[in-house]
Design a protein around this ligand. Structure first.
Ligand SMILES: Cc1cc2nc3c(=O)[nH]c(=O)nc-3n(C[C@H](O)[C@H](O)[C@H](O)COP(=O)(O)OP(=O)(O)OC[C@H]3O[C@@H](n4cnc5c(N)ncnc54)[C@H](O)[C@@H]3O)c2cc1C
Length: 401
């Protein structure tokens, strides 16, 4: 292991998927890169996602075609570089007489989804024959009109974060964890940073900073002097519940009878995972918890589709989406990542707002392209689009020096 340094081209704040993605991309670009994570890698939103590596079929409906196309391309890349972490799984869409979306709409949406995925074999979909309905994990057939099946990706979000962090370390990056970013002060050519690791205070220097604080992004921004530009955001809580039981046939993508929102029923580590809700959240991101009514909503939705599913509730948790501040239902807001730079020509501070687990690698590449306007021109070490992700555990995580 190399000797820990305190001087970097780039320091990333936050060890969720976006932070480790930028760290890996920066290290692959050949820069001296480091990351600061306050608690544990993936301890924020990145361990509370629906664990899907997907284009997002519902973003076809909201016409976010660029997002879907990029996400499907990233899915393809991740299936190739991390085959043990990202797998294609059959997804089923059951449609009943009472379902708001009609079979022709789903067929049109899936056709467009396949087109945006370049009509690859993995983009094919089918309408299941009636005789196959009884093999679908006890799915209610009362009023059932059609079941469509297509494929999308599933992962273990925490394991993915650890694998990307490990890859960054193998490329020479340094990770300080647990260590809290306390403040940064702008210098002529970069920043001076203070971090707290246990009872020690450390001082680092960086030519550029990336704020990957997820739901804490604007709290992190306020700790930078002067604060770089930012965005007004809404935090939207999403709850998952884990229940006893098994789903043998894959994932089910359903419409909640109560409000028509999308809910997934997923096989997860020998159990069933159901999610998610969308509830506006105000308060400390650290203490976000599922509300009893959210747990009830998910249980009620599961019971509507799988009347025989009586599995005991094992666990429930909530994570926070970062969405642009706005009026109206969170469900319909844009889901792209927004990069906010202090200076378009020579950026030294970049904030990563929003985004998906699926797009972490593309976001890392975009941040590197922006920082190439400021940071030294050095020898590239690797291409993250082809570099296989390591599966070994993170034995070498560097705790702050
Ligand atoms: C319910 C839900 C379901 C989702 N499902 C999917 C899905 O299926 N597929 C998909 O592609 N996307 C999904 N997403 C989106 C995806 O999970 C997020 O976009 C992603 O995890 C955000 O990662 P992040 O790195 O920005 O934030 P986080 O993972 O929250 O990381 C931020 C990190 O910053 C650290 N931090 C904060 N302050 C400091 C400080 N002062 N010093 C040091 N560290 C600090 C925190 O400890 C935290 O670890 C979902 C999101 C939600 C909420």
């Amino acid at each position: 292991m190399s000797t820990p340094s305190d001087e970097f081209d780039l320091v990333v704040i936050g060890g969720g998927i976006q932070g480790v993605g930028v760290l890996q991309a920066a290290a692959a670009a050949g820069w001296r890169a480091a990351l600061i994570e306050e608690r544990a890698l993936a301890s924020g939103t990145s361990s509370r996602s629906s664990k899907l590596i997907h284009g997002g079929l519902r973003y076809v409906e909201s016409r976010q075609f660029a997002l879907v196309r990029e996400s499907l391309a990233e899915r393809r890349t991740l299936l190739a570089i991390a085959p043990s972490l990202v797998k294609l799984v059959p997804f089923h869409i059951p449609l009943y007489r009472s379902t708001r979306r009609r079979p022709w709409q789903i067929r049109a949406g899936l056709s467009l989804y396949a087109l945006l995925g370049d009509l690859e074999p993995s983009a094919r979909f089918e309408k299941l024959p009636r005789r196959a309905w009884d093999s679908l994990d006890g799915l209610s057939t009362e009023g059932l009109q059609a079941v469509f099946r297509y494929q999308d990706g599933q992962t273990d979000d925490s394991a993915l974060v650890r694998a990307v962090a490990r890859s960054a370390e193998e490329l020479g990056a340094q990770i300080a964890c647990p260590a809290r970013f306390v403040r940064a002060r702008r210098l002529d050519e970069g920043y001076e940073l203070e971090l707290a690791a246990g009872n020690r205070t450390l001082s680092w220097r960086a030519a550029a900073l990336v704020n990957a604080g997820g739901p804490w992004i604007n709290l992190v921004r306020e700790r930078i002097d002067p604060p770089p530009p930012g965005l007004e955001i809404d935090l939207v809580g999403g709850t998952h519940i884990e229940l006893e039981g098994r789903l043998e046939r894959g994932i089910y993508y359903a419409e909640a009878p109560r409000d028509g929102r999308a809910v997934f029923f997923m096989p997860w580590k020998e159990h069933v995972l159901v999610g998610t809700t969308e509830t506006t959240y105000r308060g400390d991101p650290r203490v976000v918890r599922p509300l009893p009514e959210e747990v009830g909503y998910l249980q009620e939705t599961l019971a509507a589709y799988f009347p025989r599913a009586t599995g005991k509730l094992i666990d429930s948790w909530a994570g926070l989406r970062v969405l642009p501040h706005g009026e109206g239902a969170a469900f319909h807001r844009r889901r792209e990542t927004t990069l906010v730079c202090d200076d378009e020509l020579r950026p030294r501070a970049i904030g990563i707002y929003g985004g998906k687990l699926t797009g972490y690698r593309a976001t890392g590449a975009k941040v590197v392209a922006l920082l190439a306007r400021t940071l030294p021109n050095v020898q590239r070490l690797a291409d993250t689009a082809t570099l296989p992700l390591p599966v070994a555990p993170l034995a070498t995580i560097t705790v702050a020096p």
